[in-house]
Write a protein that binds this ligand. Structure first.
Ligand code: F6R
Length: 357
């Protein structure tokens, strides 16, 4: 039920702090330590390479998950779009583990790959919001998102839940391998939940940003570097699917290799700046587009901000920034769609779960 909310999407965006806390609780043991089924941890440790397979928003969560698993657990990861992997299987490593990420657990493109890799004799883990879903039943192992039903077609809380579960999977695996971690994930995710609340309380700011940057535009670009680039891809998908504004996410450094030709007077550029190591270079990219007339909306993180920024998100662990930097993008898309009188919860041409290949 959406209760007093005008749309499920807004309700589901607002549920994200709660979902974070639920996930922490569901994945904690009696001593407060994060824990995951031993057989899943063993499957992670047996693998010489992990293949993440997903579509759409879940694919974008997979891109972030790769960073966690490689940086925290030190296992190499490839991320593939299900429909591409299906007919163009890459050269696999000797001991692959497949991770399927799917909110619904019913996406036909992902299922086709799962059937295929099971036939090849490989192990598969499904990360899904729906217990008993097809992808869950057909995989060897399942990790649940505990996000509660997601009704709006545009995925929001499932994306952040997928990222949180992937961070826990990476952390628990790292610990089992005796790797030293310089942060306490339970604490860090708690900080994330609080920061999410701050952002959900700032709706008016995001409505203003949507009005200022997106009310009449034909197109919009999202730029970022590293993990911010991946969040930009998700921001662009959210915006196009519900507001029908043509939107693309780009790696900051790629602009000059072609995309910058599209910049005209007033073209909105939404830039994410949450990573200290690339703060200067992404701001350099913003200058390049501003010099060509772009209208920049910079969303930075506390500690990295400058006076030109449109919004500053609270500080969280730099690996976990996607969990909070996506919320402004979700809300900006929501308000842009609202201002354009689009059907927010049921965008044209889309279904909640895509059960055809
Ligand atoms: C975007 C969206 C889709 C899904 C994609 C995969 O907001 O909802 O891109 O993410 O169809 O769906 P699942 O995760 O159910 O496999």
């Amino acid at each position: 039920e959406k209760g007093t909310y005008p749309h499920y999407m807004l309700k589901e965006i607002d549920e994200q702090p709660l979902v974070m806390r639920k996930i922490i609780q569901k994945y904690q043991d009696d001593n407060g330590e994060l824990t995951i089924d031993q057989e899943i941890v063993e499957a992670m440790n047996d693998a010489d390479r992990i293949y993440i397979i997903a579509a759409g928003t879940s694919y974008h969560a997979g891109l972030v998950g790769k960073q966690f698993i490689e940086k925290i657990a030190k296992i190499p990861v490839e991320v593939h779009i299900s429909s591409e992997f299906g007919y163009n299987i890459p050269l696999l490593s000797e001991k692959p583990l497949f991770i399927f990420i799917s909110q619904s657990g019913e996406t036909a493109d992902s299922r086709a790959v799962l059937v295929n890799v099971k036939e090849m004799g490989h192990k598969a883990l499904t990360i899904t919001n729906v217990p008993g879903s097809t992808l869950s039943r057909e995989a060897d192992y399942t990790l649940l998102l505990h996000a509660g039903p997601e009704i709006a077609v545009a995925s929001t809380k499932a994306y952040t839940a997928q990222i949180a579960v992937l961070s826990i999977l990476a952390e628990v695996t790292a610990k089992s391998r005796g790797l030293e971690l310089n942060f306490n994930l339970v604490q860090e995710l708690g900080i994330v939940a609080n920061a999410m609340e701050v952002l959900c309380d700032a709706k008016e700011d995001f409505e203003d940003i949507a009005r200022k940057f997106l009310s009449t535009t034909r197109n919009a670009f999202f730029i970022g570097r590293g993990i911010d680039y991946y969040v930009g891809l998700e921001g662009a998908l959210k915006l196009k699917e519900i507001s029908y504004i043509q939107a693309e996410g780009f790696a900051g450094g790629e602009l000059k290799h072609g995309t910058i030709a599209l910049i005209e007077n007033g073209t909105p550029i939404i830039a994410l700046a949450t990573q200290e190591s690339v703060n200067l270079s992404i701001r350099g990219n913003v200058k390049e587009v501003v010099a060509r007339g772009a209208n920049p909306c910079i969303i930075s993180m506390k500690g990295l901000e400058t006076e030109e920024d449109s919004f500053i998100i609270p500080e969280v662990n730099e690996l976990l920034t996607p969990l909070i930097s996506v919320i402004p993008l979700q809300l900006i898309s929501y308000f842009a769609a609202l201002h354009r009188e689009c059907d927010v919860d049921k965008p044209r041409n889309l279904a909640k779960s895509v059960t055809v290949e």
